[in-house]
Ligand binder design. Sequence first.
Ligand SMILES: [Zn+2]
Length: 94
Amino acid sequence: MLRGIIYALLSILLLAFIRGVVGILTKGVGDLFKEEQAAGGSGGGGGRAKEVSGELLKDPVCGTYVSSSSAFRKTVAGKTHVFCSEKCRDQFAA
Ligand SMILES: [Zn+2]
């Protein structure tokens, strides 16, 4: 009877221990993954900013792909065009 209780307690402790180890391992892996992502983002020069800025749009003048958040933009007939430079924007307007 006493032995059964001890075994039950031991198995509970063992399960708790295994859960703890697994938790630490998964957390550790998650942290490593996050660190890798952070390192990649800083290395790429603002990876997060790129995500926010969204898609690339084609400069209709020179064909360069420009971020849709480009400062050089012009809306014509309800369609917003983005340009790589002020020069291209002026050429498009002409
Ligand atoms: Zn251009």
